[in-house]
Design a protein around this ligand. Structure first.
Ligand SMILES: NC(=O)c1ccc[n+]([C@@H]2O[C@H](COP(=O)([O-])OP(=O)(O)OC[C@H]3O[C@@H](n4cnc5c(N)ncnc54)[C@H](O)[C@@H]3O)[C@@H](O)[C@H]2O)c1
Length: 300
């Protein structure tokens, strides 16, 4: 078997379960040494339990690989810094950061509490920024010291963020933010030899298992392994030329999610009373927002 990540060092956040677990195991099967981060919270982000991360570390060791547990909350500034330091201390460096940890607190926006908003924004958005910031500083220092850097950040966005799911204002705002953050970080870190991409995955995990009934064929296409394969390729040296992209990913295929585009334009005016006709025109000549309900992939 071709090992795409032989000798590379990876951090995978939220790697105790679901997608993160699949990423960590596949990276390890491809030769990466893995920091398995997971604070072991419930799907809503409540509680802490080291067991899921420990089990994944054991599974990697059973494969003959190398892994260590990290139980930091990804949204903790100091915790994220210590996680990057743990990779360097345990395995002598860092090449791959997969920001995957996440929680859900779904609610219609008008019923959503401040706590539901803050916690989801914190875990996803700050929980992507903080590890990327500290890893980016490590890679910049390596680059400035004249050491070769061929590093990867793979972030986790969502269809909910890209196509705006009702009932998930907090989650969608965070996931759309992660998509834009990834493109900005890609532009900023290119000079140090770092690529940054994001995925918008679909898989059956505890986060999605109650959504609806799936046929056996659908369940197979919602296996996290399909997504882990793309993440592992993006993490490899082969993917050096790919950065600033957001990929939709599941067992039915991988697609590039195209970003916001400039639409129809009309001359500006300082008199709002003149705007009605021209604004109606540019709306008529612009494409509709791509919506989650118009996504044909949902119907397969
Ligand atoms: N499953 C899907 O279809 C789907 C779709 C779109 C996006 N996603 C995203 O994929 C990622 C993984 O989701 P999943 O479906 O595997 O969910 P999951 O609940 O199975 O796994 C998430 C893991 O993250 C950990 N975690 C939560 N908060 C943490 C924190 N602050 N610090 C460290 N670890 C933390 C949890 O303990 C859990 O093990 C999430 O970012 C999610 O939003 C999933």
């Amino acid at each position: 078997m071709t090992k795409l990540c032989e000798g590379r060092v990876a951090i995978v956040t939220g790697a105790g379960r679901g997608l993160g677990r699949a990423h960590a195991l596949m990276l390890a099967r491809h030769g990466a040494k893995v920091v398995v981060n997971d604070m072991g919270s419930s799907a809503a982000g409540i509680g802490e339990d080291q067991t899921p991360a420990e089990e994944v570390v054991q599974a990697i060791r059973d494969l003959g690989g190398e892994a260590v547990v990290d139980t930091a909350d990804v949204s903790s500034w100091a915790g994220a810094q210590a996680m990057v330091a743990r990779a360097v201390e345990s395995f002598g460096g860092l090449d791959i950061l997969v920001n995957n940890a996440g929680i859900l607190r779904d609610r219609m926006m008008i019923n959503m509490t401040e706590e539901e908003w803050d916690s989801v924004i914190r875990v996803h958005l700050k929980g992507t920024f903080a590890p990327t910031h500290h890893a980016g500083n490590y890679w910049r220092a390596q680059h400035k010291a004249g050491k070769p850097v061929d590093a990867r950040v793979i972030n986790t966005s969502s269809h909910s963020g890209l196509f705006c799911n009702i009932g998930q204002a907090n989650y969608a705002a965070a996931k759309a933010g992660i998509a834009s953050f990834s493109i900005v970080a890609a532009r900023e870190l290119e000079r140090y030899g770092v690529t940054v991409n994001a995925i918008a995955p679909r898989a059956t995990t505890r986060m999605t298992e109650g959504l609806r009934e799936w046929t056996p064929e659908q369940l197979e296409r919602r296996d996290p392994e399909w997504i882990a394969a793309l993440v592992t390729w993006l993490a490899s040296s082969e993917a050096r030329g790919v950065s600033g992209k957001v990929f939709e990913a599941w067992g039915y295929g991988y697609a590039v999610a195209e970003s916001w585009q400039h639409g129809a334009i009309t001359p500006a005016s300082k008199d709002p009373a003149t705007l009605g006709k021209s604004i109606a025109e540019i709306i008529r000549f612009s494409r509709k927002n791509a919506g989650i309900d118009r996504d044909t992939w949902l119907d397969v």
